[in-house]
Write a protein that binds this ligand. Sequence first.
Ligand code: GDP
Length: 451
Amino acid sequence: MSSTIAAISTPTAIGGISLIRISGDNALVIAEKLFVPFGKTPVSEMAGHTCAYGRIVYDGETLDDVLLTVFRAPSSYTGEDTAEISCHGGLYVTKKVLRAAIALGAEPAAAGEFTKRAFLNGKLSLTQAEAVADIISAEGDSALKSANMMREGALFRDVKSVSDRLVELLGGLAAWTDYPDEDIPETDPATILSALSECEKRLEKIIAGYDGGIVFREGVSCAIVGRPNVGKSTLMNALLGFERSIVTPAAGTTRDVVEEKLRLGDIVLRLSDTAGIRETSDGVEQLGVKLAERTAERAQLCFVVLDGSEPLTCGDREILKMTANRRRIVVINKCDLPQKLDREYFSDDILLEVSAKDRLGLDRLRDAVYEKLSLDAGTDAGVFVNERQKNCCDRALSAIRESKSAISAGETLDAVTVCIDAAADALLELTGEKATEAVVNNVFERFCVGK
Ligand code: GDP
């Protein structure tokens, strides 16, 4: 018998509706004790996937009018009996309902425990469960699309087809070595080699989804750099559409690094407006300048901002030198003023001429960013893999390469088998078919409580 768990599944904030989820063998018993239906059907007689209107009464006190939805095992998210109580959104009411459920015997759910139960009950594969976490945190369309594809099992199928092939190879090898008396044909090394190469190619393709995944899932860190007063803060504000950084005509006002997220088409830019980079004697500003240099060094992309209404200064040249080997876009600001900046200097750069103050020219930014990051704006998201999944693929890939060299070196089939075995193991860990408890726990720790 499984314990019964309960949690608030909606965010802990004030809203129109909050949902309390109770799952486990006693979920419906607890719901029955809490819920007084307005209709005639008691909870014990409600069919799965039905909903009833009524009120929550605990200890003689009416807490709220609610909707109760009943799911019966195994046809629920967790695979267990589940009750979901939708009450009015107040935090106080919601917590009182949860406390009542706990007083009646439910245990507070741990982070991700509902989804973990779904996995343990065979409702989801590990990669599908991870996709649920990704959907919750997705910030761009591509990340969401990819997470949805993963939830539908696309990654699982890709990886499974490779692990199936490996297991099949292992079966052939084992049959031949374990039953020498039977008339089983020896697996010919050339056939194994070509099957392994096929697996290698498919894994390489899956791993390629990692880099794209990072960009789409976590966004791109992007530093706005330039000497003081070229309009960095104004640009940041224009991009974000609201005032975030302090804008003043006095140079050197942005002393720390200000961070904001900007959605640009399918991706999220994590913008940081840095202190103007220049030689300075002011201690605080010096710190800001150091921080700006470091932010620019670490960022995946730099917007180097120049003032188009002035000739290039030594400071500008310094910054251009500092970012010469970085992925950068040169933004020539203040195009609303008469132009004095020599554009010849930037033959190899993507140049954007804008007026941050009047918000002119910003619409070309998206294409420039996509071009610089070598992303194709038109294509659909591939299946992205996360760190854990990539790690499994990497291990499988190197084991496959080892098996190939073992074959080429003419080693015994036993030695080859050991390597192929390791490759298959890594992939079975990825899909969760052979994951240790530690791996499974680690996956679900990323979730929020209530999911
Ligand atoms: P930062 O030090 O690089 O962050 O520069 P700020 O954003 O604080 O801007 C410095 C000054 O330039 C302010 O007075 C802005 O109003 C002005 N400024 C910024 N962008 C433009 C622009 O596109 N056109 C004009 N004419 N002035 C601008």
